[in-house]
Design a protein around this ligand. Sequence first.
Ligand SMILES: [Zn+2]
Length: 349
Amino acid sequence: MTPPIHSARALVEALCSDACAGRRTNTPGGALARRHIEDALRARGLDPAEQAVPRCNGTNVIATIPGAIDRWVLVGAHYDHLGASREGVFRGADDNAASVAILVEVAAALAARRPDGRGVILAAFDAEEPPFYATGAMGSQHFVRSPTVPLDRIDMMVAMELLGHGIGPQGLPDAVHDSVFVLGGERSEGTSARLDALADASPGITVRRTDAEVIPPLSDHLAFWEAGVPFLLLTGPRPATYHTPDDTPDRLEWPRIDAISQWLERFVRDQCARPEGRVRFLRDGRDDRSTLDTMLSLLRPLAAMTPLAAQGVRQAEALLARCDAKGRLGEAERTAAQNLVAAIEQALA
Ligand SMILES: [Zn+2]
């Protein structure tokens, strides 16, 4: 019997331990990771339940905090990772133990002082990683097929990925380093304005919006997007250690993890208290301008340091000038914007 896990850091260390062996779906290490998450939730006053995911022999962990009304906000993060190979244990600290720790801290804060309005579902999803990603076998896809509450009662789904590292190498300006990205605000009515109002609500981070299509939709938000549930992906760029045995806890930035936990608690409270009866999903919502504004907020502070960033500023400004009144680009320019984002991600990895 191990003592209960009382801090975000202790939970991340446990999830990244040799004993969890990379948390691969349907392995003893995956099952141990699940027990750590359940123990951590119980130690914080929640009552987690397991949801079997038959297509991958996996298991989701679900905790529920009822609200005053029978409508819901769902926060999810996958806890599985790649397992181990001859290269060593793939510890998946950034991908996605840090996000699971944030999930548990947000759950604890919301259980201790319940939000007004809607209830909250906390989901640690299994089977996000290869070979399951972008298939119906993912834990999040299963949840959408077998939801614990009717899907049309979920007004917001927030997925988390890769939140444990600041942007770029140490020493970059705070405006760059402290950025956190949120994708998909444009896919539901009124959400972007609420995100913008809270962009600087937590000291140490700035939450910046981009369009959901800025990267391929490979994470747990996809199932909800396809089902027409308002969704967001809260994330950072893939670091150089992404999907390598070097994605280890000692590289994580704990003040950032704390700041994101505090921000997300605040944002979930805001979503729970939204006055609309039902938050409207916007299937054709698109906001290329938000993507370009966010890229410029990263590139401008770097333009004096590197000619590449200065060139990026010119490209982003040229694209911004091509946006229509609704902030949308034509298809060709859209591809150019996606290429620019990929180049920035690579340069800052
Ligand atoms: Zn991954």
